[in-house]
Design a protein. Sequence first.
Length: 306
Amino acid sequence: MKMDPGNFAIETFLFCQITVGMFGNSSILFYYFILIFTEKHLTPKVLIIEHLTFANYLTVILRGFPQTMSYFGFKNFLDDMECKLIVYISRITRGVSLYAMCLVSCFQAITISPNNSRWIKLKYRATKYIGPSCSVSWLVHLLLNILTPLRESGTNYKKNATNRLSYGYCSLFASDSVATTLYISLVCFSDVFCLGLMACSSISMVSILYRHKRQVKHNHSAQHFLKVSPEDRATQTILILLCTFVISYSFSSIVAIIRTYLNYPVIWGVNIFTSLEIFFPMFCPFVLITNMRSSSNLFLPCLGKR
């Protein structure tokens, strides 16, 4: 079978993404595994990053590997139940990743807010609810995506073949029913709500950092101004992750909408969608690793002790 050069380039890039993403997320998870057994208490930000990294790791595996195997000639390697399970879990991890980014951005905005602000009461209460919130997010997205398996099937599924959109290793049932429209609207509302909170918290963090730099520049010498505090560096790291997440999420959503409304499967669209969807899970751990030493007290307390 003759390979299209464009598809081959995308698939090669996708395979590299999977390899790099697994290595990066595995490194972070391994460190957290050690951290759990060596630390009596983990900071709230570390708990959020831990859940985010685990969700990203599962996303890279569940979204990347099946698509790559399908491209390299492994047909019908998933039965109907396996396909439903993989897509269901990948939807959960995608939602948890979005929720974790929203949570860490809001928490950081509250953390760096001035002590005389209106967030002072929430600042001391937020640390108590971070752990339970991270755990509840898995349950919430498990229930929110409960209907996802009903819309998925294996490629060897024979019924209703005219209403299916195949994307290699699984197929999606195309339905215009009112129930499906309401369900998709509910999922979209949840995503838009989280994105809105992320946007507000990002604007708040940028505003606080700008006011802080102006104040430091006014009160101290240029030498002190050039020094970046650990809190400021952690905030900048989170802003980088937020921008990357929003860009990756937005482009993948646009490609998904285009792919859904086409009447025939487009291989390049499927490959680009998968590549965009796992770009952030691949990129995220290396931003964290780069800032480990400089932000050790915020992200990886054990490293600071060493």
